[in-house]
Design a protein around this ligand. Structure first.
Ligand SMILES: *Cc1c(COP(=O)(O)O)cnc(C)c1O
Length: 382
């Protein structure tokens, strides 16, 4: 057509006015999530202790279920019916109050989208999960970062930050990347202080690592109140991160909102089958929890022993430790040194933690090697 616009090279904002599609400004402002690395700069595979995956792998029951999974030419059950029924039985929840997601990640994004938008505020503590900032910005809401208290969530500061614009509050409990944990009474106080029309999202990705006696009461709050959503995942203790399966529970209104906007076939057939088997595999969960408890304590003691070099571990209820470097050895140098020795951990300058490394609890030999390497490097840096 003669009057069709001339199509020339698309120029970005740096080169003058754009003639191509322009993203929404709040989308353009998002800094993409940086996943944990698994290879060195030269492409050499490294021991990956950067993404809080289960060092014991995936349970035998889930692996057996994968071998039996349904015909891949068929769509999966859109309601994940069997899986929700099993979760309901396991946790004493009406399955109608459970919604599955493509990882809990999808659900965190959906709850923000469902309840917040331009002009609204989404609250979370400083040093919490990087997805919250993205989830807030994605729907055009303002992310509001609340000051921490010694790397953990500060209930009083969170409540003080609430305004009439606040629609959603995210709390990871235990928290990533710090491992800190809000006990039951503090969590109840946070909920009690929030207006009834603010959604409190309790992200329990690491709940299974917490001792039973220390249960934060999140599921009970979600069962009792219209404005509490708990999210859980199969990615961590169940060793199914590659399958992308998460779930959320809360009042029927919250679940209905998420069901309206989730992908209709958001959990694959293989994922549903493997997760169903994993729900029943208490032995694997218990073995993973025990391994984590023992190795985390041993690694924390090794870091303690380097206290004279300025190393300090933030007390953790999760499957990782945040190690602070406050002496001659910097977190960046330790990160590079560990990578040279074959292990990749998480250095978090983008999250305001240039002085810290988040180290996933791996196998005993892996943790011994890291502790020894940190000792050597700290000694050399004096
Ligand atoms: C790992 C993690 C998740 C899990 O994400 P998935 O999408 O379920 O894999 C959620 N929240 C926090 C705080 C996490 O660290």
């Amino acid at each position: 057509m003669n009057d069709a616009p001339v199509i020339g090279p698309v120029t970005g904002p740096a080169n003058g006015p754009s003639t191509g599609p322009v993203p929404k400004p709040w989308i353009d402002a998002i800094e993409a999530y940086v996943p944990g690395k698994s290879a060195g700069a030269d492409g050499r595979p490294l021991v990956k202790l950067s993404a809080n995956e289960n060092p014991l792998g995936t349970g035998a029951a889930a692996l057996a279920a994968r071998a039996q999974a349904q015909d891949a030419s068929l769509y999966p059950d859109p309601g994940s019916t069997a899986l929700r029924a099993a979760l309901g039985t396991r946790h004493g929840i009406d399955p109608a109050r459970i919604v599955m997601g493509t990882g809990s990640d999808e659900l965190l994004n959906l709850v923000a989208q469902g309840y917040a938008g331009p002009g609204d505020a989404v609250l979370f503590a400083r040093y919490s999960f990087a997805v919250y900032d993205i989830a807030a910005r994605r729907c055009g809401a303002e992310p509001v970062v609340v000051p921490d208290s010694d790397y953990g969530a500060d209930v009083d500061a969170m409540l003080a930050a609430v305004t009439p614009r606040t629609r959603v509050v995210f709390l990871a409990n235990p928290n990533n990347p710090t491992g800190t944990y809000l006990p039951r009474a503090a969590l109840a106080r946070l909920h009690a202080g929030l207006p009834a029309d603010v959604v409190l999202v309790i992200d329990q990705a690491y709940a299974e690592y917490v001792e039973a006696a220390d249960d934060d009461g999140g599921l009970a709050l979600a069962a009792a109140h219209a404005n509490v959503l708990v999210t859980r995942t199969f990615s961590k203790i169940h060793g199914l991160a590659g399958e992308r399966i998460g779930w959320a529970t809360g009042a029927p209104g919250l679940v209905a909102t998420l069901n309206r906007i989730r992908g209709p076939f958001n959990v694959t057939a293989t994922g549903q089958a493997m997760a169903l088997a994993a729900v029943g595999d208490d032995a694997f969960v218990e073995r993973s929890r025990r391994h984590n408890r023992a190795e985390r304590a041993r690694f924390a003691a090794a870091i303690d022993a380097l206290g004279n070099h300025g190393l300090r571990a933030v007390p953790s209820e999760a499957n990782f430790l945040l190690v602070l470097f406050e002496g001659a050895l910097s977190a960046e140098a330790a990160y590079e040194g560990l990578a040279q020795r074959g292990t990749i951990v998480r250095w978090l300058p983008n999250q305001g933690l240039p002085h810290a490394l988040r180290i996933t609890i791996g196998t005993a030999p892996q943790m011994d090697a890291i502790a020894a390497a940190l000792g050597e490097m700290a000694e050399a840096a004096r």
